[in-house]
Design a binder for this molecule. Structure first.
Ligand code: GLA
Length: 733
């Protein structure tokens, strides 16, 4: 039973296969967070958060004097959801400005109910699934008619608990949310690290680890998108936790806009985490009888380190977040023309590329940026989604048919959220772009962002997209977003509501994504934002894959894909073989290495195949066959990071593995990313095999016991060239 309500103890306990999350209504009616961690037999775990000591300089609500806790203070107990203004001086999740200007809020328990299946959130992405259970706890402020509906979704199998909060204003007047974060989490005693994934354009999701101390540790975005800078996912882990050992709490926001995740050790040495919409530039009015829904937070607890946590997220994202017919289907192997031609192409060139690619086994041709308006460079035409029939040497339908006649599906690139000043759309509607009256806007990649907080702007783009998508045989869409939001000002809102624009932009974007992806269920959508600038659970709800990075160099990709894998499955990672020297860093790597790295993603090509040698074409043909052979194992196996690319002092190799959940078959990939003279023999320890079963590697003569492959490992043969890579296919002997 996933949700247990104990009316005697007034506890609400959520159980997954390996975790337990407990709340309790205390004597003052406050909803207290008792515990989140390893699964245990039921007991009321309230003793950890009780106010038995006298916490100095911690104010007491007057009502507590009549209880057995006369020292009770919101600054000391672990509330399930915390508010500023009521004597809570630690990190808080919510700040409510009442109509009369007061800030206080003291919500008390009203009711609880369970529902079969997972709740959904109107207008926002969220995990879904009939196999999950929902608990809804309602709280109400002691004075005002303001209600807080706390939603919990429990996915037992994946050790996944989701959470959202709906604020409902039943007062006669509007209230203001000055802070509306979803998660407030108090952890069991101990010392924790925050592991987060920082980066920049072409260097996304770099692993970093910081001790959570009394100074707040935070990651955030104020860019209007989740961004390359910091990803909306963290692991809060025991200070000595690693891939296989220790408590690890993965926390992912199902949101693609401004966010913040903060943690601190409080005065009483307890660790608290809050997560949700970033409060900077946020201020949201909830009208009388209106509601505000906080974006979902998804949490996985693992008592066996990071690998187990990652695998739970991978499965849950694949099966219960991504939607549509492609979520578990083998995606077509694509070639994208961007790095092959950039803006310099016409239809004949694209058809010639498709012709060569088809011979190697490629299934889908994607026409990237440059096909619309007068766009021959990145200075113009965003917003004018009309095919350039001169460049396309005919209509879009004709081009799609020419590609289809080569035996391939046809796909296309859009950047629907942006607008060039040099565009017909901008000339007709300059107010559609975010900009401030009397101040020249910040230009980024020669473009501005459309004000998607306005329905008429979203509708204009929707209609343009529909016209294009209906006009040709389109099987795939790459949805890009190549700058961040500045000059935040919407002409449609009064000055006191400008703090709503960032979030309203996200609601407008999600509305557009919902309408388009529902209308075109047969189109495969891939999200992109200058590569992996919006790689988050919000976008994955609408699109099952994301272009992981504009950096296609296989060696840089080791770190990028390694960092990405902590939360996100390989089925979501767009990965292409590109040319050498690499266009982003001029590195030269073996074609085989480029292929092996792209296998652990969606695998595709991004180069001018008409310029490849016969030898290279033969190698790509081999790779496509090999990738198809291992597809199921790679996409659906359990994923293990074996040797990190972030620790050259420990190993010059990076290695990772995918293994069938029953341990009967595994595929290990190794890449040497540094060269060394007189290299010491390198062994790779495998995971997830059956200890007492015998295995062979790549069908070889020698047999290895599962236990020995896991405890000693196998030896990686030495290759005397730079950046070698090998695949080791491990099967039962
Ligand atoms: C972004 C994308 C690239 C490409 C270009 C086109 O940078 O990440 O893959 O589509 O835009 O302008």
């Amino acid at each position: 039973m996933a949700i247990v309500i104990n009316n005697t103890d007034k506890t609400y306990t959520l159980y997954t296969k390996n975790s337990m999350y407990q709340m309790k209504v205390d004597d003052l009616g406050t909803l207290i967070h008792n515990y989140y961690g390893e699964k245990m037999e039921y007991s009321d775990l309230h003793y950890y958060v009780e106010c038995t000591e006298i916490p100095p300089f911690s104010p007491n609500p007057i009502a507590c004097k009549k209880t057995k806790y006369p020292n009770y203070s919101y600054n000391h107990i672990g509330e399930e959801i915390s508010f500023s203004g009521n004597g809570e001086f630690r990190l808080t999740a919510m700040s409510i400005r009442n109509a009369d200007g007061t800030l206080g809020c003291e919500p008390k328990f009203v009711s609880a109910r369970t529902e079969k299946g997972k709740y959904s959130l109107k207008g926002l992405p969220a995990f879904y699934g009939d196999e999950a259970d929902t608990l809804v706890i309602t709280l109400k402020d002691t004075i005002y008619d303001i209600y807080f509906h706390l939603y919990y979704g429990v996915f037992e199998e994946y050790d996944l608990i989701t959470r959202s909060v709906v604020v409902e204003n039943k007062e006669k007047n509007s209230i203001k949310l000055e802070k509306a974060m979803t998660l407030n989490l108090e952890l069991p005693s101990g010392s924790y690290d925050m592991i987060y994934f920082r980066g920049r354009h072409m260097r996304e999701r770099m692993f970093e680890r910081a001790r959570i101390n009394h100074a707040q540790t935070s990651i955030e975005s104020v860019r209007g998108a989740s961004s390359h800078h910091e990803n909306p996912f963290v692991i809060i882990a025991d200070k000595n936790a690693n891939e296989d050992f220790g408590n690890a709490y993965g926390i992912a926001l199902v949101y693609s806009g401004n966010f913040k995740i903060s943690a601190e050790k409080d005065q009483w040495e307890k660790t608290r985490v809050v997560a949700g919409i970033n409060s900077e530039n946020f201020n949201f009015e909830v009208e009388s009888q209106g509601t505000f829904t906080c974006p979902e937070v998804a949490m996985v607890y693992s008592n066996e380190g990071f690998a187990k946590m990652s695998n739970c997220f991978h499965k849950a994202i694949r099966n219960n977040l991504c939607r549509g017919k492609f979520k578990n289907a083998r995606r077509p192997i694509l070639i994208n023309n961007w790095e092959g031609t950039y803006f310099n192409f016409n239809a004949d060139k694209l058809v010639a590329m498709a012709h060569e690619a088809k011979k190697m086994g490629v299934e889908l041709f994607v026409m990237d940026d440059g096909w619309f308006g007068k766009r021959d460079n990145d200075c113009c035409a965003l917003g004018d989604w009309t095919p350039n029939e001169t460049k396309l040497q005919g209509t879009l339908m004709e081009l799609s048919q020419r590609i289809n006649n080569e035996g391939m599906k046809f796909g296309i690139w859009f950047e629907p959220e942006c607008i060039s000043e040099d565009s017909d759309l901008y000339r007709a509607h300059p107010d559609f772009a975010f900009q401030m009256p009397n101040r020249a806007p910040q230009i980024s990649r020669q473009q501005l962002v459309l004000d998607f907080s306005r329905k008429e702007v979203v509708d204009n783009i929707y209609n343009q997209l529909v016209k294009v998508l209906d006009s040709a045989n389109i099987s795939y869409v790459k949805w890009d977003f190549n700058r961040h939001i500045t000059d935040l000002y919407s002409v449609s809102l009064p000055s006191e509501k400008q703090g709503e624009v960032y979030h309203r932009y996200m609601l407008g974007l999600y509305d557009l994504l919902e309408r388009i992806t529902t209308k075109y269920p047969d189109i495969l959508f891939e999200s992109c934002s200058g590569g992996g600038g919006r790689f988050d659970c919000g976008m994955l709800y609408y699109m099952p894959q994301v272009w992981t990075s504009d950096n296609s160099d296989a060696i840089d990709r080791l770190k990028i894909q390694y960092g990405t894998s902590f939360a996100y499955p390989v089925s979501a990672m767009g990965a292409h073989v590109s040319t050498c020297p690499n266009h982003q860093n001029a590195r030269v790597t073996p074609l085989k290495t480029r292929g092996n790295v792209a296998y652990f993603g969606t695998y595709g090509l991004e180069l001018d195949v008409t310029k490849m040698t016969d030898e290279e074409k033969a190698e790509i043909t081999r790779q496509i066959e090999e990738f198809k052979k291992y597809y199921e194992l790679i996409q659906r196996g359990d994923y293990y990071r074996l040797l990190s690319p972030f620790t050259p002092e420990e190993s010059l190799f990076c290695a990772w593995e995918t293994v069938k959940p029953d341990g009967s078959e595994a595929l290990v990939c190794t890449v040497r990313y540094e060269s060394d003279a007189a290299t010491a023999p390198e062994f790779v320890k495998v995971k997830g095999l059956v200890k007492n079963k015998w295995y062979r590697i790549n069908g070889g003569e020698e047999k290895y016991l599962g236990a020995s492959l896991m405890n000693i490992g196998f030896k990686v043969p030495y290759d005397f060239f730079t950046y070698p890579s090998r695949l080791f296919h491990i099967t039962e002997a």
